[in-house]
Design a protein around this ligand. Structure first.
Ligand SMILES: [Fe+2]
Length: 149
């Protein structure tokens, strides 16, 4: 496969994964119950709002690379690296989910980074680096929140 096509295919898979994650975050925001309700309801909103911006940036990066972003949910479900969640009420389970998905997203972004590096595609490279660094930082926070060693 031509390497440029491989890059935009992987960007589309990343876009799809963020789209499913976005919907999972909306569900966490709606369904959270318990003593941490106010804290987590807001945190989930902050995360899905940020995710929405990432989704748009990724789609427009794919267009910038002269390819076409996926937009159908059936395509997202096919190529996403994660699945739609069942309803999660528990705060700890919600944060555990986010920590786990963010690790998956970082792996996908590192794969893309390798290819964009090979292509000397500095724009995609910088975008992936920023996304990785951002999630590495919030993963530290989620781990601290969960009080895991
Ligand atoms: Fe809301």
């Amino acid at each position: 496969m031509e390497i440029q096509v491989k890059l935009t295919d992987k960007l589309n898979a990343l876009l799809a994964t963020y789209q499913i994650h976005y919907q999972n975050l909306r569900a966490l925001h709606w369904n959270v119950k318990g003593a941490n309700f106010f804290e987590l309801h807001l945190k989930y909103e902050e995360l899905y709002t940020r995710t929405q911006i990432i989704i748009d940036d990724l789609a427009e990066r794919i267009l910038t690379l002269e390819s076409t972003p996926l937009h159908k949910f059936q395509d997202y479900l096919t190529v996403s690296a994660i699945k739609e969640n069942e309803t999660i009420f528990n705060g700890n389970s919600g944060i555990e989910y986010i920590l786990s998905v963010q690790k998956t997203l970082i792996l996908l972004e590192k794969e893309i980074l390798k290819i964009s590096d090979e292509l000397n595609d500095d724009g995609t490279n910088a975008m992936m680096s920023d996304l990785i660094r951002e999630k590495e930082k919030t993963n530290w926070m989620f781990t601290a929140w969960l009080n895991k060693k």
